[in-house]
Write a protein that binds this ligand. Structure first.
Ligand SMILES: [Fe+2]
Length: 164
């Protein structure tokens, strides 16, 4: 691993964040139905739109670096898949669990972009640095919106439990 070139390393980080965004899409599509509260449902719907842009911007950087769809497909089986495993294990079935899972997922994304930013910096790919910086800001903001609604999520979870 140590003898990897910085370009190979950058391609791998880009491929990983692309997979993380792709895995976020079905989760964010499902989230509003589990959210249990309108305001909470809305922030998931809004982040779905942001995430579609994230996926596209990362894909464009991969394509610009000649790691386009064919290579992407090839790499799909090799990514860490940490997001999918997290989702499969936690199976958020209440607003509280959903917010906890999503808060963790946003921070995983944030960490992935912080790393990508630094690898791109070392590889001299300023466009990727900029894309990663902008997306990281949006992931951090989403995590903040979730944190603001921990109480709402607990209320929605307990209301649901009581009426069950
Ligand atoms: Fe996100």
């Amino acid at each position: 691993v140590a003898d990897r070139t910085i370009e190979e390393q950058l391609a791998k980080y880009l491929t990983d964040v692309h997979a993380i965004e792709e895995q976020a899409l079905p989760q964010l599509k499902a989230a509003p139905k589990i959210a249990g509260e309108r305001g909470l449902a809305e922030i998931f719907s809004e982040h779905l739109e942001e995430t579609r842009v994230h996926e596209r911007r990362v894909r464009e950087r991969l394509e610009a670096r000649d790691a386009g769809p064919a290579k992407l497909k090839d790499a799909a089986g090799r990514v860490t898949g940490v997001g999918f495993v997290m989702f499969a294990r936690s199976q958020p079935d209440t607003p509280g669990k959903l917010v906890a899972h999503s808060y963790a997922y946003e921070h995983m994304e944030l960490a992935a972009y912080e790393l990508l930013m630094r690898v791109a910096e070392r590889a001299g790919d300023q466009e990727t640095v900029e894309v990663a910086r902008v997306i990281a800001t949006e992931e951090r903001a989403m995590a903040g919106r979730l944190a603001d609604r921990f109480g709402v999520a607990v209320d929605a979870s307990t209301t649901r439990a009581q009426t069950r």
